[in-house]
Design a protein around this ligand. Structure first.
Ligand code: G3I
Length: 385
């Protein structure tokens, strides 16, 4: 009797597999493993002691990324001191549960300590501070963090295609502001012997400071994969055009860049999937990997955090379509190799405070760790036919 029941279960499992659906007992990480994909979540170390948080994370994901724990204000609170303990908690958790760790982020215009932003440093001091920071943080996690968001959100939303004004860009800046040559810069030879003229190009680029960050990170851990990460650049648009031009230039000149992260914070239940797919295609054709780094799909919610059933279905469609777009480029060139959500339970998500509690419910698990429609649709999309 038991043997017959097993045979029936097996037949259903085979059928499900045949139609590209995950069998019920599969986790996201099991589905991702079968496709050779990474499935990740941003995490908060202070929540790791919560049993449901920790067990869901370990069961469902094969990659984690500290949501805030490696940002300057946490990891580098004083000019002469670093605090790696929150980041170490995440890395230790990952190691115990056989998960990879992405590092976020070495350079960003937000969540920086006052000693840095109000220090009125000279260009030379600023360059020295940045080099020391990158080498200390990447060096501390050498061999433990496999991929870094080296620079995050350097391009401006409001001035399409242009770099955002930040202390690194222009205050006083360690980059080439207005075409000038940055302080402390030693011209490099081109890493492309056939095109020696490329060597002169680097210090003329407005994103010259970004190049320096990638080179410093590479010196600190030559094995780590180095990513440029940005928001609202997932589709083909002026921002992603500018990032594309920068990455193409980096690849031509041998600047050590391995990938591009598209955040994908989806608002208003709108995602242009065809354009996202075309964008992933053109970046992977440059020979870099694509990671989806901060996926969430915000929904309108009432005062009790409830969302509408039809919105949950639309949200599930978007999760599935984005995963399918990534997987369709999984084997092309360097490929779209990772899908990561920005948190995983609606209990802990930046969307609520960001939207003054008018939006939320953006993730795969509800506030009590029950799976949502988006979970099942994403899991099915992760299983390749
Ligand atoms: O650490 C303090 C804590 O001591 C204090 O008690 C608490 C009170 O509000 O605030 C804590 O700091 C908060 C920090 O997250 C750590 O939790 C900040 O107020 C809060 O502003 C900060 O928000 C983070 C936000 O970046 C900052 O811009 C979110 O958690 C984080 O999810 C979000 O992540 C960014 C990515 O890094 C880059 N892409 C966009 C994404 C969403 O904004």
């Amino acid at each position: 009797m038991r043997r017959r029941a097993c045979g029936f279960v097996l037949a259903v499992a085979v059928l499900c597999r045949g139609f590209g659906a995950a069998s019920p007992e599969q986790s996201l990480r099991e589905a991702a493993r079968r496709s050779g994909m990474l499935i990740g979540a941003a995490v908060r170390p202070e929540q790791l002691s919560e049993a449901a948080y920790a067990s869901t994370l370990a069961r469902e994901f094969n990659m984690v990324e500290p949501e805030d724990a490696l940002k300057w204000e946490v990891v580098h609170p004083e000019r002469e001191s670093f605090d790696f303990s929150p980041g170490d908690q995440v890395v230790d958790f990952a190691s115990r549960h056989d998960m990879k760790v992405r590092g976020h982020t070495l350079v960003w215009h937000r969540q920086n300590p006052k000693w840095l932003t109000e220090g009125n440093y000279t260009s030379g001091e600023l360059a020295e501070i940045l080099e020391k920071h990158i080498k200390a943080v990447v060096g501390h996690y050498r061999g433990k963090i496999f991929a870094w968001d080296v620079v995050n959100e350097a391009f401006d939303e409001l001035r399409p295609g242009e770099l955002r004004h930040t202390i690194w860009r222009d205050q006083p800046g360690i980059g080439a502001v207005g075409g000038g040559v940055a302080a402390g810069y030693e011209p490099r030879t081109s890493s492309n012997p056939a095109r020696p003229e490329l060597a002169a190009r680097s210090s003329q680029q407005p994103y010259f400071y970004i190049e320096r960050c990638f080179r410093w990170a590479h010196e600190a851990d030559p094995q780590a994969l180095l990513f440029y990460n940005d928001a609202e650049a997932e589709a083909v648009n002026p921002k992603s055009d500018a990032i594309y031009a920068m990455v193409r230039d980096f690849r031509e000149r041998g600047v050590p860049i391995d990938g591009v992260g598209f955040q994908m914070h989806i608002a208003k239940l709108h995602a242009d999937i065809a354009s996202i797919s075309a964008n992933i295609q053109r970046f992977t054709a440059l020979g870099v990997q694509v990671h989806i780094t901060e996926l969430d799909v915000a929904l309108p919610v009432d005062a009790e955090h409830n969302s509408r059933p039809e919105d949950l279905q639309s949200q599930a469609d978007i999760y599935a379509q984005i995963a399918a777009a990534c997987l369709s480029h999984r084997l092309s060139h360097s490929g779209c190799t990772a899908i990561q959500t920005w948190g995983f339970t609606d209990k802990y998500s930046w969307i609520g405070s960001h939207s003054k509690q008018t939006e939320g419910a953006a993730l795969l698990f509800d506030r009590t760790y029950r799976t949502k429609p988006a979970y099942l649709r994403l899991r099915n999309a992760l299983v390749l036919d």
